[in-house]
Design a protein around this ligand. Structure first.
Ligand SMILES: C[S@@+](CC[C@H](N)C(=O)[O-])C[C@H]1O[C@@H](n2cnc3c(N)ncnc32)[C@H](O)[C@@H]1O
Length: 218
C-alpha cells in the first residue's frame, strides 16, 4: 500500500507545507530537493531508513517525517555530533565514520532488534570520489530488493543555482559523487542536465539544480 492511500490528504498537505516552509526560510544547497525527497519516499514502504551525513539536519527534517509516516526506524550517521538536530523518537544517531560503521551495521542492528535491510538510503557526506566509492561498496549490500537510494551533490561546482535563480557558494569535487555512481553502474551521465532512465535494473532520476540530486530506485 502506498502512503497516499494509507493517510488522509490533510496530514500529507500539512507535512508538505512544513517542508516547503523550511526550504523557503532556509535556502541551502539542498533546499530545492527537500520536497522531492519527501515525495519520492511516499511510494516505498520503509521499515529502515539510513541517512549518511546529517549536518544541520535538512535531510533529517524530511526523513524523520517519512519514518514517522511509515512507522520506520531512522538511523542517522555523521562523524560530527549531530544528535541534537532531531528529537524524533524512532531516530538513532550514530557518531562514527560511515565506512567503519557499515562494517558493524548488521551486528549493530541485531543488538537493537532491527532487521539490517535498508529500504531508503540517503547519502550526503564528503562528496569525495574515494569516499563515495567506499560508501557504495559498503552500504549497497544492505539494500532491500525494492529500495531507493538518494545521492546529493552529483553536480557540484564553485557556484550552485537554485530554482528561484538564487545562488550559493559550492566547490569543485572533480565529479566525485557522480563518477563513483557512474563506475558502479558502468555508464556515463551528463550531470549538468535533468534526466530519467532505466539502467541495469535501476530506475534513475536526476535533477541538476542545487548541486545535483540523484534518485536510484529498484
Ligand atoms: C553536507 S553535510 C550534510 C547535510 C545534511 N544532509 C543536510 O541535509 O543538512 C555533510 C556531513 O557529512 C559528514 N561526514 C563527512 N564525512 C563523513 C564520514 N566519513 N562519515 C560520516 N559522516 C561524514 C560531515 O560531518 C557533515 O556533517
Amino acid at each position: 500500500m502506498d502512503l497516499i492511500s494509507k493517510m488522509n490528504s490533510k496530514s500529507l498537505k500539512k507535512i508538505i507545507k512544513d517542508i516547503r516552509a523550511r526550504a523557503d526560510k532556509k535556502k541551502t544547497d539542498i533546499s530545492d530537493h527537500l520536497e522531492t525527497l519527501f515525495a519520492e519516499c511516499l511510494n516505498i514502504e520503509a521499515g529502515l531508513i539510513v541517512e549518511l551525513g546529517v549536518g544541520d539536519g535538512e535531510s533529517t527534517f524530511v526523513l524523520e517525517r517519512v519514518a514517522n509516516l511509515w512507522g520506520a526506524k531512522l538511523v542517522s550517521v555523521d562523524i560530527e555530533d549531530c544528535r541534537k538536530v532531531s528529537k524524533f523518537k524512532d531516530r538513532v544517531f550514530v557518531r562514527q565514520d560511515d565506512i567503519s560503521f557499515a562494517a558493524e551495521f548488521p551486528d549493530w542492528c541485531r543488538a537493537r532488534g532491527i532487521n539490517p535491510v535498508i529500504d531508503i538510503l540517503f547519502i550526503d557526506t564528503s562528496h569525495l570520489y574515494d569516499h563515495t566509492v567506499a560508501e557504495i561498496q559498503s552500504w549497497f549490500p544492505y539494500l532491500a530488493p525494492r529500495c531507493k537510494v538518494f545521492f546529493h551533490d552529483t553536480n557540484m561546482s564553485e557556484i550552485f543555482v537554485r530554482k528561484d535563480g538564487s545562488t550559493g557558494k559550492g566547490w569543485n569535487n572533480s565529479r566525485g559523487v557522480i563518477r563513483a555512481i557512474e563506475e558502479h553502474l558502468g555508464v556515463r551521465f551528463d550531470e549538468t542536465s535533468d534526466f530519467s532512465l532505466m539502467y541495469n535494473g535501476w530506475f534513475i532520476k536526476h535533477y541538476a539544480i542545487c548541486n545535483g540530486f540523484m534518485i536510484m530506485e529498484k
